[in-house]
Design a binder for this molecule. Structure first.
Ligand SMILES: Cc1cc2nc3c(=O)[nH]c(=O)nc-3n(C[C@H](O)[C@H](O)[C@H](O)COP(=O)(O)O)c2cc1C
Ligand code: SF4
Ligand code: SF4
Length: 250
């Protein structure tokens, strides 16, 4: 069983690539929204988690899901694939610790560099650069899928500097995911797609326009895909990212 979380499609692409034939990855944010926390594995079935790296750690929604997760029987092989734009820091350590509290041992952590989706802090790459990164990622994902199929036990191998980066950066995630920072401009046509895409139900349509109805969200960039949505002044006039897999399937 492979659980994934993805705001803009990179981790969904990774999850699809790592799934075995006929297997579909499971959207953990949907499970969380619908109160599904208990899962049964077939004897010998692999358990996987695929998600992006945020602020050197894992998204809040992944930790919320794992915190109440119950999987039986305990998996013999559990792995994760972390997608990031440059550096994974100690995200695997953070996920491994959360899983450990549920009695699940993370046996291998894989990392794949994919295009930057954070248009709040960075500039989104032009399409040629994006395509080159995606094509490298596709090759890396084939290797990862092979290692997962062979159930390689690689451990987590977190560089000492990774732990320091996570410790310094992750607290800013808590601060930045306050939804008071979001706004919508007059180019909004009221289609409601941003609300449908929000994985944590932090948005609703009110009088034909999106509003943010929870104090905090996952800061996943799914709503920012639409150029009418802004995060303070930081995203104004900036290009937004979405993985091509979502343009064709969603
Ligand atoms: C809020 C936020 C924080 C991020 N922090 C990091 C980071 O610490 N290190 C990194 O390499 N990439 C970081 N990224 C980039 C994403 O991890 C990367 O683009 C990922 O593949 C996006 O996955 P998705 O398309 O499945 O949502 C961040 C992105 C967001 C939205
Ligand atoms: S902000 Fe964009 S996606 Fe959301 S309702 Fe308006 S036009 Fe649609
Ligand atoms: S409000 Fe926007 S950025 Fe926050 S979780 Fe929802 S879709 Fe993602």
């Amino acid at each position: 069983m492979i659980f994934y979380f993805s705001g803009t499609g990179n981790s969904y692409q990774a999850a699809r690539a790592v799934c075995g034939p006929g297997e579909e990855p499971v959207d953990l944010a949907k499970c969380l929204r619908e109160g599904e926390r208990s899962f049964r594995l077939c004897p010998g079935e692999t358990l996987g988690f695929i998600c992006p790296v945020y602020y050197g750690g894992v998204p809040s929604v992944v930790l919320d899901f794992v915190r109440e997760l119950s999987v039986s029987p305990a998996p013999d092989y559990c792995f994760c694939v972390l997608t990031c734009a440059s550096s994974v820091s100690d995200a695997a350590g953070m996920l491994g610790e959360a899983l450990g509290k549920r009695g699940i041992v993370l046996r291998a952590a894989y990392t794949v560099v994919m295009p930057e989706n954070d248009s709040i802090h960075y500039t989104i790459s032009p399409e040629e650069e994006r395509d080159a990164i995606l094509s490298d990622a596709e090759e890396q994902l084939k290797v990862i899928a092979h290692c997962v199929a062979e159930r390689r036990r690689l451990g987590l191998h977190i560089p000492p500097r990774g732990k320091m980066v996570t410790r310094a950066a992750y607290p800013y995630y808590e601060q930045d995911r306050a939804t008071k920072n979001f706004s919508v401009d007059d180019s909004c046509v009221g289609c409601g797609k941003c609300v449908e895409r929000c994985p944590v139900g932090a948005m609703a349509m009110e009088e034909g326009r999106p509003t943010w109805v929870k104090e905090k969200c996952a800061l996943c960039m799914a709503c920012i895909r639409c150029g009418a949505v802004h995060y303070g002044e930081a995203t104004k006039g900036k290009k937004r990212y979405v993985n091509p897999i979502l343009k064709c399937c969603h």
